[in-house]
Design a protein around this ligand. Structure first.
Ligand SMILES: [Mn+2]
Length: 308
Protein backbone atom coordinates (compact mmCIF):
# COMPACT_ATOMS: atom_id res chain seq x y z
CA UNK A 1 0.00 0.00 0.00
CA UNK A 2 1.29 3.44 -0.94
CA UNK A 3 0.85 4.96 2.54
CA UNK A 4 2.97 2.27 4.15
CA UNK A 5 5.92 3.02 1.92
CA UNK A 6 8.85 4.59 3.66
CA UNK A 7 9.80 8.21 3.08
CA UNK A 8 13.46 9.11 3.45
CA UNK A 9 14.68 12.55 4.51
CA UNK A 10 18.06 13.49 3.09
CA UNK A 11 20.37 16.52 3.21
CA UNK A 12 22.79 17.54 0.46
CA UNK A 13 26.07 15.98 -0.65
CA UNK A 14 29.10 17.02 1.40
CA UNK A 15 26.70 17.72 4.26
CA UNK A 16 27.27 20.36 6.88
CA UNK A 17 25.68 20.14 10.32
CA UNK A 18 22.49 21.87 9.12
CA UNK A 19 21.95 19.28 6.37
CA UNK A 20 22.24 16.33 8.77
CA UNK A 21 20.50 17.98 11.74
CA UNK A 22 17.51 19.16 9.71
CA UNK A 23 16.93 15.59 8.43
CA UNK A 24 17.10 14.21 11.98
CA UNK A 25 14.93 17.07 13.29
CA UNK A 26 12.29 16.54 10.64
CA UNK A 27 12.23 12.80 11.36
CA UNK A 28 11.66 13.58 15.06
CA UNK A 29 8.87 16.00 14.12
CA UNK A 30 7.14 13.46 11.89
CA UNK A 31 7.51 10.73 14.50
CA UNK A 32 6.02 13.04 17.15
CA UNK A 33 2.99 13.34 14.88
CA UNK A 34 2.82 9.56 14.61
CA UNK A 35 4.12 9.38 11.04
CA UNK A 36 6.61 6.60 11.58
CA UNK A 37 7.28 5.92 7.91
CA UNK A 38 9.76 8.84 7.81
CA UNK A 39 13.44 8.06 8.23
CA UNK A 40 16.42 10.44 8.19
CA UNK A 41 19.31 9.21 6.06
CA UNK A 42 22.45 10.75 4.55
CA UNK A 43 24.22 10.40 1.20
CA UNK A 44 27.78 11.33 2.15
CA UNK A 45 30.34 11.41 4.94
CA UNK A 46 29.80 13.93 7.74
CA UNK A 47 32.18 16.66 8.88
CA UNK A 48 34.05 16.85 12.20
CA UNK A 49 31.57 19.21 13.80
CA UNK A 50 28.61 16.97 12.97
CA UNK A 51 30.41 13.98 14.49
CA UNK A 52 31.18 15.97 17.63
CA UNK A 53 27.66 17.34 18.12
CA UNK A 54 25.90 14.02 17.56
CA UNK A 55 28.28 12.21 19.91
CA UNK A 56 28.03 14.87 22.60
CA UNK A 57 24.23 14.77 22.69
CA UNK A 58 24.02 11.02 22.17
CA UNK A 59 22.07 10.99 18.92
CA UNK A 60 22.65 8.37 16.23
CA UNK A 61 23.91 9.71 12.91
CA UNK A 62 21.50 8.97 10.07
CA UNK A 63 22.34 5.83 8.14
CA UNK A 64 24.56 6.28 5.06
CA UNK A 65 22.73 5.28 1.89
CA UNK A 66 24.44 4.81 -1.46
CA UNK A 67 21.67 3.53 -3.70
CA UNK A 68 18.64 5.81 -3.83
CA UNK A 69 16.87 4.05 -6.68
CA UNK A 70 13.09 3.99 -6.23
CA UNK A 71 13.09 5.86 -2.91
CA UNK A 72 10.53 8.43 -1.79
CA UNK A 73 12.54 11.46 -0.72
CA UNK A 74 12.25 14.67 1.23
CA UNK A 75 15.16 16.98 0.36
CA UNK A 76 16.30 19.18 3.24
CA UNK A 77 18.77 22.08 3.13
CA UNK A 78 19.05 21.93 -0.67
CA UNK A 79 17.09 21.85 -3.92
CA UNK A 80 19.81 22.29 -6.59
CA UNK A 81 20.49 19.33 -8.87
CA UNK A 82 24.24 19.39 -8.15
CA UNK A 83 23.62 19.09 -4.40
CA UNK A 84 21.18 16.18 -4.60
CA UNK A 85 22.25 12.60 -3.83
CA UNK A 86 23.63 10.65 -6.79
CA UNK A 87 20.83 8.77 -8.52
CA UNK A 88 18.10 11.25 -7.50
CA UNK A 89 16.74 10.98 -11.06
CA UNK A 90 15.38 7.55 -10.19
CA UNK A 91 13.70 8.74 -6.98
CA UNK A 92 10.35 10.24 -6.16
CA UNK A 93 10.93 13.66 -4.58
CA UNK A 94 7.82 14.37 -2.52
CA UNK A 95 8.92 17.39 -0.56
CA UNK A 96 11.66 20.03 -0.25
CA UNK A 97 12.55 22.18 2.77
CA UNK A 98 15.31 24.74 2.37
CA UNK A 99 16.56 28.21 3.21
CA UNK A 100 18.62 28.75 0.04
CA UNK A 101 17.49 29.82 -3.42
CA UNK A 102 15.16 27.34 -5.00
CA UNK A 103 16.08 25.50 -8.19
CA UNK A 104 13.74 22.59 -8.81
CA UNK A 105 14.00 22.38 -12.62
CA UNK A 106 12.06 19.29 -13.66
CA UNK A 107 10.74 18.07 -10.33
CA UNK A 108 7.36 19.04 -8.89
CA UNK A 109 7.27 18.07 -5.20
CA UNK A 110 3.87 18.00 -3.48
CA UNK A 111 5.16 20.18 -0.68
CA UNK A 112 7.65 23.02 -0.98
CA UNK A 113 8.91 24.96 2.03
CA UNK A 114 11.43 27.58 1.00
CA UNK A 115 12.18 30.57 3.18
CA UNK A 116 15.35 32.66 3.22
CA UNK A 117 16.71 32.51 6.76
CA UNK A 118 19.88 31.47 8.57
CA UNK A 119 19.33 27.74 8.71
CA UNK A 120 17.02 24.91 7.61
CA UNK A 121 16.91 23.85 11.26
CA UNK A 122 15.12 27.13 12.06
CA UNK A 123 12.34 26.06 9.67
CA UNK A 124 12.21 22.60 11.28
CA UNK A 125 12.15 24.08 14.79
CA UNK A 126 9.30 26.37 13.74
CA UNK A 127 7.26 23.29 12.78
CA UNK A 128 7.54 22.00 16.36
CA UNK A 129 6.79 25.48 17.68
CA UNK A 130 3.68 26.01 15.55
CA UNK A 131 2.36 22.51 16.32
CA UNK A 132 3.00 23.08 20.04
CA UNK A 133 5.11 19.91 20.20
CA UNK A 134 7.94 19.82 22.72
CA UNK A 135 11.29 19.11 21.08
CA UNK A 136 13.02 16.10 22.67
CA UNK A 137 16.00 17.42 24.62
CA UNK A 138 18.78 15.74 22.62
CA UNK A 139 17.15 16.84 19.35
CA UNK A 140 16.85 20.39 20.72
CA UNK A 141 20.62 20.47 21.26
CA UNK A 142 21.22 19.21 17.72
CA UNK A 143 18.89 21.78 16.17
CA UNK A 144 20.24 24.62 18.29
CA UNK A 145 23.85 23.76 17.41
CA UNK A 146 23.00 23.61 13.71
CA UNK A 147 21.24 27.00 13.70
CA UNK A 148 24.20 28.60 15.49
CA UNK A 149 26.66 26.97 13.09
CA UNK A 150 24.80 27.81 9.89
CA UNK A 151 24.03 31.39 10.92
CA UNK A 152 27.59 31.98 12.22
CA UNK A 153 26.34 32.43 15.76
CA UNK A 154 23.36 34.48 14.49
CA UNK A 155 25.77 37.01 12.95
CA UNK A 156 25.53 35.97 9.31
CA UNK A 157 23.71 38.46 7.02
CA UNK A 158 21.25 35.65 6.21
CA UNK A 159 20.04 35.64 9.84
CA UNK A 160 16.46 36.81 10.41
CA UNK A 161 14.19 37.18 13.45
CA UNK A 162 12.94 33.61 13.02
CA UNK A 163 16.46 32.24 13.65
CA UNK A 164 16.84 34.31 16.81
CA UNK A 165 13.36 33.37 18.05
CA UNK A 166 13.92 29.67 17.43
CA UNK A 167 17.31 29.77 19.18
CA UNK A 168 15.65 31.42 22.21
CA UNK A 169 12.87 28.85 22.19
CA UNK A 170 15.24 25.87 21.92
CA UNK A 171 17.50 27.30 24.58
CA UNK A 172 14.62 27.19 27.06
CA UNK A 173 15.20 23.44 26.82
CA UNK A 174 18.98 23.40 26.38
CA UNK A 175 19.83 26.20 28.83
CA UNK A 176 23.22 26.98 27.30
CA UNK A 177 24.51 29.89 29.33
CA UNK A 178 26.47 31.85 26.74
CA UNK A 179 25.38 31.14 23.16
CA UNK A 180 28.19 33.16 21.59
CA UNK A 181 30.82 31.27 23.61
CA UNK A 182 29.16 28.03 22.56
CA UNK A 183 29.14 29.15 18.91
CA UNK A 184 32.86 29.91 19.09
CA UNK A 185 33.45 26.41 20.42
CA UNK A 186 31.58 24.98 17.42
CA UNK A 187 33.62 27.07 14.97
CA UNK A 188 36.86 25.84 16.53
CA UNK A 189 35.86 22.19 16.14
CA UNK A 190 35.19 22.84 12.46
CA UNK A 191 38.56 24.48 11.95
CA UNK A 192 40.36 21.40 10.62
CA UNK A 193 41.85 22.98 7.51
CA UNK A 194 45.49 22.46 8.48
CA UNK A 195 44.90 18.71 8.08
CA UNK A 196 43.74 18.98 4.47
CA UNK A 197 45.55 19.43 1.15
CA UNK A 198 44.95 22.70 -0.75
CA UNK A 199 42.81 20.80 -3.28
CA UNK A 200 40.63 19.37 -0.52
CA UNK A 201 40.29 22.78 1.14
CA UNK A 202 39.10 24.31 -2.13
CA UNK A 203 36.71 21.48 -2.94
CA UNK A 204 35.29 20.95 0.55
CA UNK A 205 32.55 23.55 0.19
CA UNK A 206 32.58 24.64 -3.43
CA UNK A 207 29.62 26.00 -5.39
CA UNK A 208 29.69 26.88 -9.05
CA UNK A 209 27.24 28.52 -11.37
CA UNK A 210 26.92 30.17 -14.76
CA UNK A 211 26.08 33.87 -15.08
CA UNK A 212 25.29 34.94 -18.64
CA UNK A 213 27.76 32.49 -20.14
CA UNK A 214 30.44 33.06 -17.49
CA UNK A 215 31.26 30.12 -15.23
CA UNK A 216 32.23 31.08 -11.71
CA UNK A 217 33.13 29.06 -8.62
CA UNK A 218 33.14 30.19 -5.01
CA UNK A 219 34.65 28.05 -2.25
CA UNK A 220 33.82 28.89 1.33
CA UNK A 221 36.41 28.17 4.02
CA UNK A 222 35.32 29.14 7.51
CA UNK A 223 38.18 29.36 9.93
CA UNK A 224 39.04 31.06 13.19
CA UNK A 225 42.79 30.76 13.02
CA UNK A 226 44.53 32.66 10.23
CA UNK A 227 48.02 31.18 10.59
CA UNK A 228 47.06 27.70 9.54
CA UNK A 229 45.75 28.56 6.07
CA UNK A 230 48.37 28.29 3.32
CA UNK A 231 47.14 31.16 1.13
CA UNK A 232 49.96 30.92 -1.45
CA UNK A 233 49.45 27.20 -1.95
CA UNK A 234 45.71 27.70 -2.23
CA UNK A 235 46.20 30.30 -4.98
CA UNK A 236 48.58 28.01 -6.87
CA UNK A 237 46.12 25.15 -6.60
CA UNK A 238 43.27 27.40 -7.72
CA UNK A 239 45.31 28.35 -10.79
CA UNK A 240 45.96 24.67 -11.51
CA UNK A 241 42.25 23.87 -11.22
CA UNK A 242 41.48 26.73 -13.60
CA UNK A 243 43.90 25.29 -16.15
CA UNK A 244 42.16 21.94 -15.94
CA UNK A 245 38.74 23.53 -16.34
CA UNK A 246 38.68 27.17 -17.38
CA UNK A 247 36.20 29.37 -15.51
CA UNK A 248 35.86 33.16 -15.86
CA UNK A 249 36.42 33.61 -12.12
CA UNK A 250 37.35 31.25 -9.32
CA UNK A 251 37.14 32.52 -5.77
CA UNK A 252 37.99 31.14 -2.37
CA UNK A 253 36.47 32.95 0.61
CA UNK A 254 38.58 32.54 3.74
CA UNK A 255 35.90 33.65 6.15
CA UNK A 256 36.53 34.42 9.79
CA UNK A 257 33.18 34.34 11.61
CA UNK A 258 34.69 35.76 14.78
CA UNK A 259 35.91 38.89 13.01
CA UNK A 260 33.10 39.02 10.41
CA UNK A 261 35.68 39.36 7.68
CA UNK A 262 37.00 37.50 4.70
CA UNK A 263 40.17 37.21 2.69
CA UNK A 264 39.16 36.62 -0.90
CA UNK A 265 41.50 34.61 -3.12
CA UNK A 266 40.88 35.40 -6.79
CA UNK A 267 41.92 33.61 -9.99
CA UNK A 268 40.63 34.20 -13.50
CA UNK A 269 40.55 36.68 -16.36
CA UNK A 270 38.35 39.30 -14.72
CA UNK A 271 40.38 40.41 -11.70
CA UNK A 272 40.32 44.03 -12.89
CA UNK A 273 36.55 44.01 -13.20
CA UNK A 274 36.30 42.67 -9.68
CA UNK A 275 38.69 45.36 -8.44
CA UNK A 276 36.47 48.02 -9.97
CA UNK A 277 33.36 46.49 -8.41
CA UNK A 278 35.01 46.25 -4.99
CA UNK A 279 36.78 49.58 -5.40
CA UNK A 280 39.81 47.87 -3.91
CA UNK A 281 43.11 46.57 -5.24
CA UNK A 282 43.58 42.83 -5.52
CA UNK A 283 47.25 42.22 -4.77
CA UNK A 284 48.86 38.84 -5.51
CA UNK A 285 45.44 37.34 -6.15
CA UNK A 286 44.06 38.29 -2.75
CA UNK A 287 42.06 41.02 -1.06
CA UNK A 288 40.88 41.50 2.54
CA UNK A 289 37.22 42.43 2.94
CA UNK A 290 35.71 43.57 6.19
CA UNK A 291 32.09 42.62 6.87
CA UNK A 292 31.97 40.06 4.05
CA UNK A 293 30.98 36.57 5.21
CA UNK A 294 28.11 35.38 3.02
CA UNK A 295 28.67 33.69 -0.32
CA UNK A 296 25.04 33.89 -1.30
CA UNK A 297 24.19 37.37 -0.10
CA UNK A 298 27.46 39.23 -0.61
CA UNK A 299 29.96 37.56 -2.95
CA UNK A 300 27.68 36.00 -5.55
CA UNK A 301 25.84 39.35 -6.12
CA UNK A 302 29.27 40.95 -6.79
CA UNK A 303 29.83 38.48 -9.63
CA UNK A 304 26.29 38.93 -10.87
CA UNK A 305 26.91 42.68 -11.18
CA UNK A 306 30.17 42.08 -13.08
CA UNK A 307 28.60 39.68 -15.55
CA UNK A 308 25.22 41.32 -16.08
MN1 LIG B 1 21.84 25.20 5.70
Amino acid sequence: MQTKEKIYIVGHKKPDLDAIASAVGYEAFKHALGHMKYEAIRCDRVNELTKWVFKKYDVHLPRLVEDFCGMNLVLVDHTFVESRPNGWEKTNILEVIDHHDVKLEDIIPKSITIRPCGSTCSLITEMFFKSKITVPKNIAYILLSAILDDSLGLKSPTTIKLDRDMVDWLNKICKIEDLWEYSKKLFKIKDIWHRLTPRRIIEEDLRYTEINGNWVSISQVEHVNNEKLPEDELIEELKRINKEEKFSTRLVMLTNPLESSCTLLVVGKDIEKLERELNKEIINNRVYLEGIVSRKKQVLPLLERIYS
